[in-house]
Design a protein around this ligand. Sequence first.
Ligand code: C5P
Length: 218
Amino acid sequence: MTGLVVAMDGPSGSGKSSVSRGAARALGLRYLDTGAMYRAMTWWMLQQGVDLADPAAVAARCGEPAIVSGTDPDGPAIHVDGVDVAEPIRRAEVTGAVSAVAAVPEVRARLVALQREIIGAGDIVVEGRDIGSVVWPRAAVKIYLTASAQARARRRSAEVAGSTVEAQQEAMARRDTLDSTRKTDPLSMAAGAIELDTTALTLDEVVAEVLRLVKERT
Ligand code: C5P
């Protein structure tokens, strides 16, 4: 299956990362976390003291940081100007600011170009919000993962120390609204995508279903 690209889109907490990594491992494919790239850009902007409420300021600086993404499903690395940012990009400060940065068209143009360079070699599972619709519409398999708002919040609060399900649900609803209503490349289900509701499924069940879909379509 040389050149295979699997696009995995969906809202936060739908299980994209665990499912994408599990499927990539099982299929011997690479893995790209495009959300980590938007987070890395946001981390850098915060470090630089850029006013994130000012899209023009974000646009003016977004060409500066060198963002390098690894593609190993067992430990996807992400570096900004040579600094390993895998841990700080998961902090609440970045999570709360990333949707504003990701809404800036110049940021998207730059990161989508980087993503296409990595995807070009194929044999990869790519997770994000706009992979099947914008970044790689010709992906052989496009999956749109969903889950109930409660299930998504429950999963996320289990990952984030000291957070309640209610607080997570509220924060995720805010981020989903920003991500799906922005003008450039909003979160949406791509033409030809298969929707997979993971609310009542275990991780292994979802990965098995993805593997079945990949087999069926390749
Ligand atoms: O997937 P994750 O929660 O790490 O993504 C962080 C943010 O990056 C999303 O809330 C969204 O604003 C942005 N994003 C995006 N397009 C992608 C991936 C992520 O706009 N392909």
